[in-house]
Ligand binder design. Structure first.
Ligand code: PEP
Length: 254
């Protein structure tokens, strides 16, 4: 009934450490996309300073996104990067709400919502990351944590703009730990997230929304994750720094 285009994305975080390495990695990843690859959208979220050289390196085979944005439009915000700045260099996708931003940089749901609104307002697309901590998971709170983060993160985004929104469910206990959620656990939270989106908007919005899984996705785990009905893609940290591994993830088999 509903066809959601698969979406494979990588998040380089604070890597790599030089422009030369970034260009080599981006072109290696682009090289893994062939005519026989799945019909999927592919994006890499990279450090700001590498965006333009990575764009040139991939030659339009995938999109180069930004790892974050400052919601202020302009002014006295030393060190910040605005949505118009990103838009002006051809960025389409921007991450918001990554657990590292929430934890290490103290970003709140309200601040993340401001980022989402600004990204949408500027005509770009946002990947909103949500997910529970280990303690919350153990107390069976994954669904309720995601409900709060979804409601607050999406606040004020109109239904007609949802085509420019994707959700990444990333259980914090699975990020960078090598402990990937089982396909069953991930599927169950994705299904819950979809029902929360149906409550916030409606069933059509929920069925159209792409919900990606993130947390230690690897060449070994991607296929079984992608077989789940409510898992529409992956947000990949560590394995996106290796062109062979990420290439294999892009070429997932359902
Ligand atoms: C991430 O940073 O979004 C992530 C999922 O990292 P990793 O794949 O390394 O767990």
């Amino acid at each position: 009934l509903y066809e959601r285009k698969p979406f494979i994305s990588g998040n380089w975080k604070l890597n790599p450490q030089s422009k030369d390495e970034a260009v080599a990695l981006a072109s290696g990843i682009a090289g893994s996309i062939t005519e026989s690859s799945p019909d999927a959208e592919v994006a890499l979220f990279v450090p700001y300073v590498f965006i333009e050289s990575a764009q040139s390196a991939v030659g339009g085979k995938l999109s180069i996104g930004a790892e974050g944005v400052c919601p202020q439009g302009n002014g006295a915000y030393t060190g910040a990067i605005s949505a118009p700045m990103l838009n002006s260099i051809g960025v389409n996708w921007v991450l918001a709400g990554h657990s590292e931003r929430r934890e290490i940089f103290g970003e709140t749901d309200e601040y993340i919502n401001e980022q989402c609104l600004k990204i949408i307002d500027e005509g770009m697309s946002v990947m909103l990351c949500i997910g529970e901590s280990l303690a919350e998971f153990e107390q069976d709170l994954a669904g309720s944590v995601c409900a709060v983060q979804l409601k607050k993160g999406l606040k004020g985004i109109k239904k007609e703009d949802l085509g420019r929104v994707a959700i990444a469910y990333e259980p914090v206990w699975a990020i960078g730990t090598g402990k990937v959620a089982t396909p069953e656990i991930a599927q169950s939270v994705h299904e819950t997230c979809r029902s929360i989106i149906a409550k916030i908007y409606d069933d059509e919005a929920a069925q159209d929304m792409r919900i990606l899984y993130g947390g230690s996705v690897s060449p070994e785990s991607v296929d079984d994750l992608m077989k789940q009905p409510d898992i529409d893609g992956a947000l990949v940290g560590g394995a996106s720094l290796d062109s062979d591994k990420f290439g294999r993830i892009i070429n997932f088999q359902k």
